[in-house]
Design a protein around this ligand. Structure first.
Ligand SMILES: [Zn+2]
Length: 499
C-alpha cells in the first residue's frame, strides 16, 4: 500500500493542482468538446480501463488471478517433484522420471503432450572432500576440514586425491598481478565475495552476475597459469557453511583441472591462513562425465480456438542440481507454469491462441533443451506470440519483466492493474527474461518473466538447502497468478503483442 500511494497521490495532486488554478483564474472557460476530461486522462495515465481486452476478458483475468490464489495445485505438484522425485540432474534417472511424470500430469488435464528429444550432458558427482594438511599455527598431527562441492562438469583428481600448496587471490586482477610461475603446480583459490548488500536491496541477480564469472571461467584462468586444481568461493549469500555448486566451463585448448566450490566461510579461513604462511591442502574429487544422454523437453499444448497455430509459451526448467531437491531452482517455475494449464482446464477457458507449457531440459548444464527447441521450431517462430519463463525462485512477485518492443509496457498496463491486487503492478523493461527462452527473445518473440523478490534466493541457490520448505505457499500462488493471467492475456488478445 505505502509504496504505491505516495506516487499516485503526488501525481493526482500535481495533476489536479496544475489544472485547477488555471480553470479558477479563467472563470467560466470550458475546454473545447472532445477534450478528454481530467478523469479520462487520469484513467489513461493510470492504465485504468481494459486497453485491448474486453470487459469480459478482464473479468476472466480476475477470475484466473483469484483461482490461482485459492488453488494449491502448484504446491502439491511441487511437493511431489521435490520429495517423491528429488534432484533432477541432467541425464539422471530422476530427470527422466520427472519428464514422464510432468507429461502424465499434463495429459491428465487434456493437454496435447509432445516429448521433444534433446541430447544432454550426463555428469555425475563422486566423492568430494578437502582438508588442510599443513598451515601456520597447526596443532601437530591435525588437519582442518574444508567444506566443498565439485563444480558441475568438473574433471576428477586421481582416486586418492592431490595434495598441493594453496595460493589465494581475491579476483582476476590479483591473479594477473602475481609474478609468473607463482601458481604453477599449486591449488588456486578465488576468494571473490558474493555482494550480499546488493542482494539485500533486491538485486540478487546483479550480485550473482558479478560473481558467477569466477565459477564459469575461474578453472580455465587457473589452468592457464599452471594450477593443478582450483577452488572458487561459493556464488551465493548463504552464511550456513553451505557450498553452492553450478556449472563450470572448460574452453577448447585449455587443460581441464579439477574444480570445486568451497563455502564462503572456508574461503575466508583459507585466505587468512595463506596470508600468514604456506598452506597445503588435500583435495579429492571423483566425478564422472558419462556419455551424453537422450532426454526431453516436455511440451503440453492447450489448443487455441481461433489461432491454434499461434502459441504463447509458459515455462520453467525441469532439471536441477543434485545437492538439494531443486525446489526454488526451478521446481517452482515448473509448477506455476503447470498451474496455468490446470486453471485454464478447471475454469474451462479456451483462449484464441494455444497456451504451450514447456518444461525445458538441461538449463543448468548448457540449455540443450532450449537449443533443440529453437532448432526444431525455427519455421514456427513467427507464430510464437509470446514466451514466459519463471526461473528465479518463488519469492513474492512484484510485477512483470518484459523484453521486446517498448510499447509492450503500456499495452500490458491493464494486466498489471489486475495483478495490482496481489501486489504485482510493476512493469519493467528488461533485455532478457529467461535463459531457456533467450533464443526466442533474440528471434524477436515478446518475452516475459515475473519480477521475483531475489533477496534470499541466492542463499539456497544450487545448495543442499534448495528444498520444498524454502517455498512460501502464498508467494507460489502469486507467481502462478502472474503466469496464468499473463499467458491468458497474450493468448486471447484481439491482436498479438507487438514485436
Ligand atoms: Zn534455474
Amino acid at each position: 500500500m505505502t509504496s504505491r500511494f505516495p506516487l499516485h497521490f503526488a501525481f493526482i495532486c500535481g495533476f489536479l493542482c496544475a489544472r485547477m488554478p488555471l480553470a479558477a483564474q479563467n472563470g467560466a472557460q470550458t475546454p473545447p468538446s472532445g477534450t478528454p476530461s481530467i478523469l479520462d486522462r487520469l484513467n489513461a495515465r493510470l492504465g485504468g480501463g481494459p486497453g485491448v481486452w474486453t470487459p469480459e476478458q478482464i473479468a476472466t483475468m480476475q477470475k484466473l488471478r483469484d483461482a490461482a490464489m485459492r488453488d494449491d495445485y502448484a504446491l502439491r505438484e511441487l511437493r511431489h517433484l521435490t520429495d517423491n522425485i528429488g534432484p533432477r540432474l541432467s541425464g539422471s534417472p530422476q530427470a527422466q522420471q520427472a519428464v514422464d511424470w510432468v507429461a502424465a500430469e499434463m495429459r491428465a488435464l487434456g493437454a496435447k503432450v509432445t516429448l521433444e528429444k534433446a541430447t544432454v550432458p550426463h555428469w555425475v558427482r563422486g566423492a568430494e572432500t578437502g582438508e588442510v594438511v599443513s598451515w601456520p599455527g597447526q596443532a601437530p598431527g591435525t588437519t582442518q576440514k574444508v567444506v566443498l562441492t565439485a563444480l558441475g562438469g568438473s574433471v576428477a583428481t586421481p582416486p586418492d586425491g592431490i595434495t598441493a600448496d594453496v595460493v589465494s587471490v581475491d579476483d582476476f586482477q590479483a591473479l594477473r598481478a602475481l609474478p609468473a610461475g607463482t601458481v604453477k603446480g599449486k591449488i588456486l583459490l578465488f576468494n571473490h565475495p558474493f555482494d550480499k548488500e546488493l542482494a539485500a536491496v533486491g538485486n540478487g541477480g546483479g550480485a550473482y552476475g558479478n560473481d558467477v564469472v569466477y565459477r564459469g571461467i575461474g578453472p580455465s584462468a587457473a589452468a592457464a597459469v599452471g594450477a593443478v586444481a582450483v577452488l572458487v568461493r561459493s556464488v551465493g549469500g548463504a552464511d550456513y557453511r553451505l557450498p553452492h555448486t553450478g556449472l563450470t566451463v572448460y574452453p577448447e585448448g585449455v587443460s581441464k583441472i579439477p574444480a570445486a566450490a568451497v563455502t564462503a566461510e572456508d574461503a575466508m579461513m583459507l585466505a587468512n591462513l595463506c596470508s600468514q604462511g604456506p598452506v597445503r591442502l588435500h583435495l579429492t574429487l571423483t566425478p564422472k562425465s558419462l556419455p551424453p544422454a537422450q532426454s526431453y523437453n516436455v511440451i503440453a499444448d492447450w489448443p487455441g480456438t481461433e489461432h491454434p497455430e499461434q502459441v504463447v509459451i509458459v515455462s520453467g526448467h525441469l532439471d536441477s542440481w543434485d545437492l538439494g531437491t531443486g525446489a526454488i531452482d526451478d521446481g517452482a517455475g515448473i509448477v506455476v507454469s503447470m498451474q496455468a494449464i490446470h486453471l485454464l482446464h478447471d475454469l474451462g477457458i479456451k483462449p484464441r491462441r494455444t497456451v504451450r507449457f514447456v518444461a525445458w531440459m538441461s538449463e543448468e548444464e548448457g540449455s540443450e533443451g532450449a537449443v533443440a527447441y529453437v532448432a526444431d521450431y525455427k519455421g514456427e517462430i513467427p507464430n510464437h506470440i509470446g514466451a514466459i519463463e519463471s526461473d528465479l525462485g518463488a519469492g513474492h512477485p512484484t510485477g512483470i519483466y518484459y523484453a521486446g518492443k517498448a510499447a509492450l509496457g503500456d499495452w500490458l498496463r491493464p494486466v498489471s492493474q489486475i495483478l495490482d491486487a496481489i501486489g504485482a503492478p510493476v512493469l519493467e523493461a528488461s533485455p532478457a527474461t529467461g535463459e531457456d527462452i533467450s533464443g526466442l527473445t533474440e528471434a524477436g518473440v515478446p518475452s516475459f518473466a515475473p519480477i521475483q523478490d531475489s533477496r534470499f534466493y541466492f542463499n539456497y541457490h544450487h545448495t543442499s538447502a534448495d528444498t520444498f520448505d524454502k517455498v512460501d505457499p502464498k508467494n507460489l500462488s502469486e507467481n502462478a497468478a502472474i503466469m496464468t493471467v499473463l499467458a491468458y492475456a497474450l493468448a486471447d488478445s484481439p491482436e498479438p503483442a507487438a514485436r
